[in-house]
Unconditional design. Structure first.
Length: 317
C-alpha cells in the first residue's frame, strides 16, 4: 500500500499502488489509439498549438523517444492509405482500420472513446519517451506528450474519461501546473500546448522541460533526425550508450560483463540511432540512420561501421 500525497505533502487518500501496470496499459492504450488513427482521422487543423513539437516536452537525457504524426495530411496520408490497402488487401483501408480500432476499444477496458475523448482536442503530433529513471520494480519510467488544439477541452475530456473508470483521483501541482494522479499512480494533466500522461516523476520532468531545455534543442537528436525522410508518419530516436547504462543498473550482477565489453566498445562514444516510418503508396517501410564517427569508435565497431557518417537501412512491410 502507498499514499497519495497532495501538493503540500498532505495524505489525500490511501490507495493500492500495485496497479501501476494497469495504469501504464492505459497510457499505452492512448498511444496505440493515436497510432491507429494516423490513417483514419481527418486532416489536422494546421497552425496554432496543433503543430506543437512534442520533443520540446521531452528531457534531453531521455533513453528513447518515438514521435507519431497523429494527423497527417496531403500526400503523406494518401500514400499511407494506399500502402495500407495493399497490405490489408482491401479497397477501403480506412474502413478496415476503423473497424480494428473500434473492436480494440470495445474489447479493452481503458474506458477511452476516440470520438468523444480524443478527437475534439487532438493536435498533429504525439511523442512517447522512456526515462532513464528506474522504479522500485526495476522498470524505466514512461510518459507521453500529445499536441493539443485546445488544452481546456483536452483537460476536461481526459479528466472525464479517467473519472469514469476511476473516480478517486488526487489533485496535485508542480511548478504552478496542476495535474491529477489516479489510484493506480497514472498521472495526467495539461501544460502549454500539450496533454501530458505517464508516471508522476516523468510528468513533473515534462513540466520542468517545457520551461527549460529539451530534446528538441539537443544536437545529437537534431542531427540524427535531420537525416530522415521529411514526409514521414513517425520517427524514433534512442541513445545506445544509455541502454547499456540502464542494463547495468537493472542487472548489477551482469554489469561486470558489460564493463568487459566496454573495453572493446566505448559505450560513452556510441552514436544515437534514429529511424522513420514512411509510406510511398506501394509499401510501408522503416528507414534507419546511425551516424558513425571516425576514429577509435569506428575501428572498434569494425564491420558495423561502414559509410561516410550515416548508414541508411531499409526494411519493408
Amino acid at each position: 500500500m502507498g499514499a497519495c500525497v497532495g501538493p503540500r505533502g498532505r495524505h489525500a487518500e490511501v490507495v493500492d499502488m500495485t496497479g501501476k501496470d494497469a495504469a501504464m496499459l492505459r497510457a499505452a492504450a492512448l498511444a496505440a489509439i493515436s497510432l491507429l488513427t494516423v490513417l483514419v482521422v481527418a486532416c489536422g487543423g494546421g497552425g496554432g498549438a496543433a503543430d506543437a513539437d512534442p520533443a520540446t516536452a521531452v528531457p534531453r537525457d531521455a533513453l528513447a523517444y518515438v514521435e507519431v504524426a497523429v494527423r497527417p495530411d496531403g500526400d503523406v496520408r494518401e500514400d499511407a492509405l494506399a500502402a495500407a490497402g495493399k497490405i490489408l488487401r482491401t479497397p477501403d483501408p480506412e474502413a478496415k482500420i476503423r473497424e480494428v480500432l473500434d473492436r480494440a476499444l470495445a474489447e479493452g477496458d481503458s474506458g477511452i472513446d476516440y470520438d468523444r475523448d480524443i478527437a475534439p482536442w487532438l493536435g498533429e503530433r504525439a511523442g512517447l519517451w522512456i526515462s532513464n529513471r528506474i522504479d522500485e520494480e526495476g522498470d524505466p519510467g514512461v510518459a507521453l506528450a500529445v499536441a493539443s488544439t485546445d488544452t481546456e477541452e483536452a483537460e476536461g475530456s481526459i479528466d472525464e474519461a479517467i473519472r469514469r473508470e476511476s473516480p478517486l483521483v488526487s489533485e496535485r501541482s508542480h511548478a504552478d501546473v496542476s495535474y491529477k494522479v489516479d489510484p493506480d499512480g497514472f498521472a495526467y494533466g495539461v501544460a502549454e500546448d500539450f496533454a501530458l500522461f505517464g508516471d508522476e516523476p516523468e510528468l513533473k520532468r515534462m513540466v520542468d522541460v517545457l520551461q527549460g531545455e529539451s530534446l528538441a534543442e539537443d544536437d545529437r537528436y537534431r542531427n540524427a533526425v535531420g537525416g530522415l525522410e521529411d514526409a514521414r508518419l513517425a520517427h524514433f530516436f534512442f541513445e545506445l550508450r544509455r541502454f547499456f547504462d540502464l542494463a547495468a543498473r537493472q542487472d548489477p550482477e551482469g554489469a561486470e560483463s558489460l564493463r568487459q565489453l566496454e573495453a572493446f566498445i566505448p559505450f560513452d562514444r556510441l552514436p544515437p540511432v534514429a529511424g522513420a516510418f514512411i509510406a510511398d503508396g506501394e509499401r510501408l517501410a522503416l528507414d534507419f540512420v546511425a551516424p558513425i564517427p571516425r576514429g577509435n569508435v569506428r575501428e572498434s565497431l569494425g564491420a558495423l561501421a561502414w559509410g561516410n557518417g550515416s548508414t541508411p537501412l531499409m526494411g519493408e512491410l
